[in-house]
Design a protein around this ligand. Sequence first.
Ligand code: PLP
Ligand code: ZN
Length: 445
Amino acid sequence: MTAQLLTGTPTPDLGRRPAVPGQRIVGLRCRNCDRAEALGPSYVCPACFGPLEVAYDLAAITGLIDRATIAARPAGLWRYLELLPVDAPPARGLAVGSTPLVHADRLGGALGIDRLLIKDDTRNPTLSFKDRAVAIAATRAVDFGLSALACASTGNLAGATAAAAAAVGLPAYVFIPADLEPAKIDHALAYGATVVPIDGTYDDVNRLCLEVADELGWGFVNVNLRPFYAEGSKTLAFEIAEALGWRLPDVIVAPIASGAMFIKLAKAFDELAEVGLIDRRTPVRFVGGQAAGCAPVATAFAAGTDVIDPVRTPDTIVRSLAIGNPADGRYAVELANASGGTIEAIPDAATAEAIRQVARLEGIYPETAGGVTLAAAQAARARGIIRDGDEVVALLTGNGLKTPDAVRFGEGDDGAARERARGGQPGLAPSLPPRFSAFEAWLES
Ligand SMILES: Cc1ncc(COP(=O)(O)O)c(C=O)c1O
Ligand SMILES: [Zn+2]
């Protein structure tokens, strides 16, 4: 850590720009009271403490972008530049986005869903959808002249922030709950980040990061750069619509931690209609999933309220979604209600079973958030929210290599017990001498 980074005190209006009328990006605006703020690394409304969002002039954007222009562009999330809060693609950065939307008929059959598609976002540069959000935040951090890129992470953001910082040439500081999965810590360290484990929950980490951001002026992707960061998730929805031939599915199923990605998917669909990239905003039901051991949003939904009661001590294998006090929880509940969707609380055993199912039936291996998502799809089908013939897109937002223990969680069926009796863990033979007879004997055992 350099002394310069620690002592650099930001001026209050660091990097701010006044809004210029007629421009594509108008500025920041409070989601609660609509107050306009200049573009800069700020996230909270000075009048009502509501969240700031990026405001666009969608009428101006309508004339700037069409399907053919997008089709002619290279793969990656900058295809949708006009609907993103940056002036131009960055000079340096990772190759993020344009992940496949694949038919999952075998899994769909097992879940009773007639037309199931998987948005396979396990394949981004650091193996999660967080690369999308961080690509935008890192670009803005460079624009604003910030001296470091940082984050409060439940795991996947750690690697994404560390890698993006390496790509743009900024130091990275990653704050995590101290008991995070080792694979995620090693991942961030590999990119040269400074990892700061904090004794506490994610919400404790997040509170500390608010203070560090204020004191040191670093670019925290999900704190003072949050209005920009959150917009990155829209590119998932843009890609889904484009892959479907510029139309929308009947149902979207996605995981919820802070709720930011969930609500940005809907915003993205609205924007596509407003700028004429899709013909009309057909109804989409939004189904969300949370881990039962940390389900403040699902609990509020089930109780018929949009008041979120924070979970103080999350208890789940789904570390990536373990946010007890989700910033956008209220808006996620509103979206699920308004769209005719649902938000499901998924026990860890069902999450692990869903990971095994999709890996074995489709060859796609998600981390725990993906298991929650597919189990939520199954629950929504059972509840009748997903109906016969619906086209359903499930978002698998992180890679199973990040949570290697989860896939075996609760595996206690007969097959697993028999395998253990044969001397191996399920699917893994004991080491054998290099002779066919030995292999044959084991095979027949
Ligand atoms: C793999 C994965 N999926 C989904 C989410 C949910 O993101 P959000 O905080 O936008 O709800 C996270 C958050 O960390 C995540 O790591
Ligand atoms: Zn406000």
